[in-house]
Design a protein around this ligand. Structure first.
Ligand code: FAD
Length: 117
């Protein structure tokens, strides 16, 4: 039982790191196609998340707080907010979303346009 919880937490940490990094690299001025790609990605991410119970909770969060995809700031702020909703549900402290910048630098160098560039 403890083993399962540890593995679930590890998956969560790795996933959140990746999820917030995707948002931090989303274009500041996305095209309609890029916005639609991020929206689809978020819904599929939720649906396919390997922990079924987590996926179910997260899809409920999504229907309450639909993904914000209009810009990098909107997307990363939204992701921070929904992660805080999960934190609250699990009795974890709230993360200060003003600290996002330092936390999710992917080390991708001068590739300013992100993965789409
Ligand atoms: P995590 O919540 O994993 O966070 C990792 C690090 O991210 C933190 O140390 C902090 O530096 C940073 N961080 C924290 N909050 C934020 C934020 N708001 N924005 C940006 N960065 C932040 N576990 C369950 O038991 N039940 C569930 O239903 C459940 N649902 C989940 C749904 C999803 C989509 C994901 C990705 C994970 C889910 N988890 C769930 C796992 C859970 O959220 C944690 O990942 C796990 O409990 C480990 O927690 P942690 O305290 O190490 O920090």
């Amino acid at each position: 039982k403890l083993g399962n919880e540890t593995v679930k937490a590890e998956l969560g940490r790795a996933t959140w790191k990746y999820f917030h990094t995707v948002m931090a690299r989303f274009p500041e001025k996305p095209t309609e196609d890029q916005k639609e790609a991020l929206r689809s990605y978020i819904y599929l991410f939720a649906r396919l998340y390997p922990c079924g119970e987590c996926a179910e909770h997260f899809m409920q969060h999504l229907s309450k707080y639909p993904p914000q995809v209009s810009s990098r700031n909107a997307a990363s702020g939204w992701a921070c907010f929904v992660h805080n909703e999960v934190n609250a549900m699990l009795g974890k402290p709230e993360f200060d979303c003003a600290n996002l910048g330092e936390s999710y630098d992917c080390g991708c160098g001068g590739d300013e346009e992100g993965s789409e560039g």
